[in-house]
Ligand binder design. Sequence first.
Ligand SMILES: [Zn+2]
Ligand SMILES: [Zn+2]
Length: 328
Amino acid sequence: MRAMILESQRRPLKSAEIPQPEPGPGQILVKVNACGVCRTDLHIVDGDLKEPKLPLVLGHQIVGTVAGLGPGAEGFEVGDRVGVPWLGWTDGECRYCRSGRENLCDQARFTGYDIDGGYAEYAVADFRYCFPIPEGFSDLQAAPLLCAGLIGYRSLRLAGDAERLGLYGFGASAHIVCQVARHQGRKVFAFTKPGDEEGQAFALELGADWAGGSDQPPPEQLDAAIVFAPVGPLMIEALEVSAKGARIVSAGIHMSDIPSFPYAELWGERSLMSVANLTRQDGREFLELAPKVPVRTEVTEYPLERANEALDDLRSGKLVGAAVLRVA
Ligand SMILES: [Zn+2]
Ligand SMILES: [Zn+2]
């Protein structure tokens, strides 16, 4: 099968022909139709995340068709449309798994990091971690729901019932979260790179109440903020424009250092926190909610062979919305 392979970090992916994987016990074989490109993929290529399996097939926002079932795999039939997310396996027995926090599992294995992902014509996945794809979304439009949407949704949940929500970095995830937050009746303030007028216009088009550069003060204080851009100082910038009790949530897996700041900024029961990974419950809830909003994903399509270009465009901030590889 055709695949884009990461042989070593800080090198471009290489186009290769590799053997099609066989579904093992409990696994389904997925014929990949589309695979979303996530900032986490960039952090893996760039070496910010230190321990990927190598060589590796990246990609953890897979939308495909079930093409086979390994022994013991159930819940799907050949021909079903299926989504494969970042959380690929957990042990089910550590203290986190036993307390409904499988996203924090000590032994968790992740798609496109510990397990080969979807930058290829086929992938295998543990059926217990896969989701049916809701109707009303094409394969390309559904792909960004699986991480940008899902982890964005978890971030939004952890932001609490904040009425005035700030989103820092208006990319794949924020453009989905903005729609969900507006659907929930919240006010959304979108912060882009200073001067990114195209990004600001995009945010307003998706229902944001205000959009501006991260150097501009919002018209009201924030009750919560989600920081999607991997830029530590934004955590403090968000804190500085927040109201008492605000939660400032970092949604990314990697971020530059957060500068020190006076305690007075945190005083008033403000908190800084991170969101890690997803639980299957997050996935079920979000994929049920997405068609009701309804979420509209803005997708920039690349053929599989141009995965490096998609990653470069994401790195340089050129993209509007989400990058998705069309595989079939
Ligand atoms: Zn566990
Ligand atoms: Zn992701």
